[in-house]
Design a protein around this ligand. Structure first.
Ligand code: PMP
Length: 361
């Protein structure tokens, strides 16, 4: 019940134990096609350009940056925690002229701030994290895609900690490129990074003046393995068992339905906050519309985490980056977002706080 990996769904774990197929064999290529289809639903896009990057969330991040950024491009990075800072570092490594937009930990960017930055810097790319797992905020994307389109910028969004848990409608919101991870709201083990580009983003890759500086992540090559361009050629060995898991994860999600999944995550979130408030704890993120699920402390946070693990086998985490030492981070993601688990977290907090003699104000 920390910031991830969340527990995996038993069906997804079982899928991983199936015998291996060859990574270029027709039955396996069909599985890859089904995954692309499932990803279209997950991202809410009709784009043909979906695939799994081989690796964790960082692989999706690095694949997006390596392909969408050319040396000399201006990239505006919304930095409201650790993920923006990493993307800024990454974009710089790929030769971008990086402009970092910063906001205090626990806050989000307003549309006006983002619009002003795009108008002023005329970037090739704007990067935002939807679910900033280091501070627990959810960045609203309303209107941002339109602004980017008007000024010729691409919009890239990190949804590693949010996709499947809160709405993201790539086409309707004019988001050009998105990546996520397998191990959070999608209830799979870590090891696959779903990624999508729309036609605008693909054109940027196709019209590059320079070669993509990473061979492993070059979408001209990886995309060809995934059948983006009509043919299929070997680029690297597909992560066969991991992709069985992702096919199953997308099936599980489709059976539940995105709207039902969002509602389940929202209900778990409300249940947690109702319980935490009874214990006298206050949210770090002030605006409830911006809130994922994060907890501040007036007590020894590490002792409480240890108590939760020792007494209940429940993982909750401390802060990360700008929130280190200031908050607890509780994840309510995927298979874990259910009432009994939330109750277990609350029991761990109740008893852990009592053990430290903490009394609600
Ligand atoms: N972005 C966000 C918002 C994340 O929460 C994480 C993982 N905590 C990542 C990127 C990186 O993902 P991974 O650790 O799977 O590489």
């Amino acid at each position: 019940m920390g910031p991830g990996p969340a527990n995996a769904h038993p069906r997804i774990l079982a899928a991983q134990t199936l015998p291996l197929l060859g990574h270029m064999h027709p039955p396996f290529l069909s599985i890859m096609d089904e995954i692309r289809q499932g990803l279209r639903y997950l991202f809410q896009t009709s784009s043909n350009y979906t695939l799994l990057a081989s690796g964790t969330g960082h692989a999706g991040m690095e694949m997006a940056i390596a392909n969408l950024v050319e040396p000399g491009d201006t990239v505006v990075v919304g930095n409201k925690g650790i993920w923006g800072a990493r993307v800024a570092d990454m974009a710089e490594r790929f030769g971008a002229n990086v402009v970092e937009l910063k906001v205090a930990a626990g806050k989000t960017f307003s549309l006006a701030e983002l619009t002003a930055a795009v108008e002023q810097h005329k970037p090739a790319l704007l990067f935002l994290t939807q679910g900033e797992s280091s501070t627990g905020v959810r960045q609203s994307l309303a209107g941002v895609g339109e602004v980017c389109r008007k000024h010729g910028a691409l919009l890239l969004v990190d949804t590693v900690a949010s996709l499947g848990g809160v709405p993201l409608l790539a086409d309707a919101w004019a988001v050009d490129a998105v990546y996520t991870g397998s191990q959070k709201c999608l209830s799979a083990p870590p090891g696959a990074a779903p990624l999508m580009l729309n036609e605008r983003a693909l054109q940027k890759v196709k019209n590059r003046k320079t070669k993509v500086r990473s061979y492993y992540f070059d979408l001209n090559l990886v995309g060809d393995y995934w059948g983006w361009f009509g043919s299929r050629s070997y680029h690297h060995t597909g992560m066969v068992s991991m992709w069985y898991a992702m096919r199953e994860a997308l099936a599980v999600l489709s059976e539940e339905g995105l709207e039902a999944s969002w509602a389940r995550h929202e209900a778990a979130h409300q249940q947690l906050w109702a319980g935490l408030r009874e214990l006298g704890l206050e949210p770090f993120v002030e605006d409830p519309r911006d809130r994922l699920a994060t907890v501040p402390a007036g007590v020894d946070w590490a002792a409480l985490c240890k108590h939760a693990m020792d007494a209940y086998g429940v993982e909750v985490s401390g802060g990360l980056g700008p929130t280190a030492g200031k908050v607890w981070r509780v994840g309510l993601m995927g298979y874990n977002a259910k009432p009994a688990n939330v109750e277990l977290v609350l029991v761990a907090f109740r008893t852990g706080l009592a053990k430290q003699g903490y009394k609600p104000a």
